[in-house]
Write a protein that binds this ligand. Structure first.
Ligand code: 3PG
Ligand code: MG
Length: 405
């Protein structure tokens, strides 16, 4: 990949697309998880150490889609100014702020940047042109820098103005990837194309429909696929099991059956969780019991994998040399339904300490390894949710294509 290493930024102004779409506290709007900001620091520091200046641009949330009850845009909640204190702290120097990404004032601020100075532009998605990939808007953004750096892996699956179209307005030697983008791609490639075997993919989450394409692509590559989370019950129902009130996508039963058949035909060991922690309510204080996942009573629902499933999955994970994990095993936000995800996280960490390569990606599974303090015990934690998923579905991400590997 053509990275920032190919450029000496001395005297240059870099326009850096980062993914600072970070979670904020509901009341104070302070950053509650700064992982994505930290992940951009190596690129930022390289440019500053070279003697360059930086214009940072990002989106935050979906302001034009998530309107206030009165139908207006919630500017306060979606302002990147909310992230400014965290960004300033982490970079360790003053960061200027432009209250609109393409105003006259914003261009004055970026034009006057001195060596070592950093400017953050306001949320790009306050303009509908951003998500539309509008050419005129992209051309304007391009005026903020001499060099374009894309380090926003988390948004690389969007063909938006700042992630993709803006690259058209820089010549081929003036657009590069940041270190985060390079690391994400290197680690994902390693799993997709040069996985040491056995290669086990752990796929969880609520819906089969979100994971069809990744499972199909992994059927071509993995030795084992371990299924967890709500999606497991759609598979069990497809096999004729009783799943009580568990989550189920009735329009995906045929597809679930087809995936099981395909796994058989390809010799891929696709495992479903034998047993489940079941509950009579979707509630942290509900009654719980253990049941075979294919024999759950009416009125009860599976909300986590249980001990036999954990033991089986653990055994597979510990015998693996490459592990990909996307999606939790249960409703780990509630303590009663946390054990499956915790135990799988521990098994992945243990296997990693025994020499396996492990990559964890996707918002919920990353939140889980962070919550359980295991993030530094796996080989790589991706900053991408949707982007990571699309990469593993085998898609070419527009943000990567725009610069070219
Ligand atoms: C993410 O968090 O998924 C990325 O920042 C992309 O955001 P989006 O899903 O709103 O495009
Ligand atoms: Mg997303």
């Amino acid at each position: 990949m053509k990275t920032v290493d190919t450029i000496n930024f001395s005297g240059k102004r870099a326009l850096v697309r980062v993914d600072f779409n970070v979670p904020l506290d509901k009341k104070t709007f302070a950053v509650t998880d700064d992982t994505r900001i930290k992940a951009a620091l190596p690129t930022i520091n390289k440019i500053l150490n070279d003697g360059g200046s930086i214009v940072l641009m990002s989106h935050l949330g979906r302001p034009l889609k998530k309107l206030k009850e009165d139908g207006t845009v919630d500017y306060a909640k979606h302002s990147l100014k909310n992230a400014l204190p965290a960004i300033t702290n982490l970079i360790g120097r003053e960061v200027k702020f432009a209250a609109d990404c393409v105003s006259v004032e914003a261009f004055q601020l970026s034009a006057n940047l001195q060596v070592g100075e950093v400017l953050l532009l306001e949320n790009l998605r306050f303009y509908k042109e951003e998500e539309k990939g509008d050419a005129a808007f992209s051309e304007k953004l391009a005026k903020h820098g001499d060099v374009y750096v894309n380090d926003a892996f988390g948004t690389a699956h969007r063909a938006h103005a700042s992630t993709t179209i803006v690259a058209n307005y820089f010549d081929k030697n003036s657009k590069v990837f940041g270190y985060l983008m390079a690391a994400e791609v290197k680690n994902a490639e390693k799993v997709l194309h040069s996985a040491e075997r056995p290669f086990t993919a752990i796929i969880g989450g609520a819906k089969v429909s979100d994971k069809i394409l990744i499972i199909e692509n992994l059927l071509e590559r993995a030795n084992n696929i371990l299924i967890g989370g709500g999606m497991a019950y759609t598979f069990y129902k497809a096999l004729g099991g009783n799943i009580g009130n568990s989550l189920c996508e009735d329009d995906k039963l045929e597809l679930a059956k087809a995936l099981i058949e395909k796994a058989k035909a390809k010799g891929v060991n696709l495992l479903l969780p034998e047993d489940s922690i079941v509950s009579d309510k979707f509630d942290a204080a509900a009654n719980t019991a253990i049941a075979a996942s294919n024999n759950i009573q009416e009125g009860w629902m599976g909300l986590d994998i249980a001990d036999s499933a954990i033991a089986k999955y653990r055994e597979v994970i510990l015998s693996s040399k490459t592990i990909l994990w996307n999606g939790p095993m249960g409703v780990f936000e509630m303590e009663k339904f946390q054990k499956g995800t915790v135990e799988i996280a521990k098994a992945v960490a243990e296997s990693t300490s025994n020499g396996a390569f492990s990559l964890v990606g996707g918002g919920d599974s990353v939140a889980a390894v962070n919550q359980f303090g295991l993030a530094d015990k796996v080989s790589y934690v991706s900053t991408g949710g949707g982007a990571m998923l699309e990469y593993f579905e085998g898609k070419e991400l527009p943000g990567i294509k725009a610069i070219g590997i």
